[in-house]
Ligand binder design. Sequence first.
Ligand SMILES: Nc1ncnc2c1ncn2[C@@H]1O[C@H](COP(=O)(O)OP(=O)(O)OP(=O)(O)O)[C@@H](O)[C@H]1O
Ligand SMILES: [Mg+2]
Length: 261
Amino acid sequence: MADAPLIALNHITHAYKTPAGPLPVLDDLTITAGEGTFTAVVGPSGCGKSTLTRLVAGLMIPDQGEVMLHGARVKSPRKTVGMAFQNPVLLEWRTILDNILLPLEIVGSKLSKAEQKERVHGLLELVGLTGFADKRPSELSGGMRQRASLCRSIVHKPEVLILDEPFGALDAFTREDLWQTMHDLRRVESFTCMLITHDLREALFLGDQVVVLSGRPATVQYTMEVPLGRDRVLDDLYTPESADNLHILRDQIKIAQGRAA
Ligand SMILES: Nc1ncnc2c1ncn2[C@@H]1O[C@H](COP(=O)(O)OP(=O)(O)OP(=O)(O)O)[C@@H](O)[C@H]1O
Ligand SMILES: [Mg+2]
């Protein structure tokens, strides 16, 4: 299936089993993402966004519907997925280099030890952390730790990169720097990204498409194809067109939260 979309979530419905009975979280949710694209997913808190990422990674199987990667149904955890979260959880007893090497140790690698280190040094350079390979996580700032976490999430060249609010805890300026870093990484590394975020500007700046989920149980309420090319700069967020698009997204979030006028 050469021309199947890389990620296809087809009519996903899922409920968690809780002591109080089933908790419906996703309802007939369909999202597709082509190879090499960037999908930003926004939606009200608790609507089911992290659940969605667990399904894409194969960490959970949906009650109904199917998750397809390259036209093949996902039935178990995937090695070809990379993940990064709001909390970078780096291991303090390992250096930054050894933290980033971790996925290669876990999923295995055809690269020699020297080649693996070379890859890590190349990634550190790309994200602006040249010279930090031998530091411990506690010697880095929050933004630097998140950069290291991004390196770790792509070191094994995953097909799919899942980012669950990785920039959420950073201050506004650091966050904008990291958005730019994401674009730099995309120019060099080939991954298909699904980003969960609460930040509509972030969704617009990074996404090729922005998917707005409804309140729980979540379904796709609205999809925006972002009319910005790959070579975006922050100023592109301050054009009248971007202002209009942010307005549209904000209105959609209000509808999802049930606060629309
Ligand atoms: N393992 C679980 N068992 C039972 N309920 C769960 C479980 N994981 C999540 N939930 C519930 O499912 C709903 C969706 O959770 P999820 O973490 O996917 O939401 P979210 O959109 O990522 O929220 P946030 O924006 O706050 O990160 C929530 O009501 C949550 O309490
Ligand atoms: Mg979440």
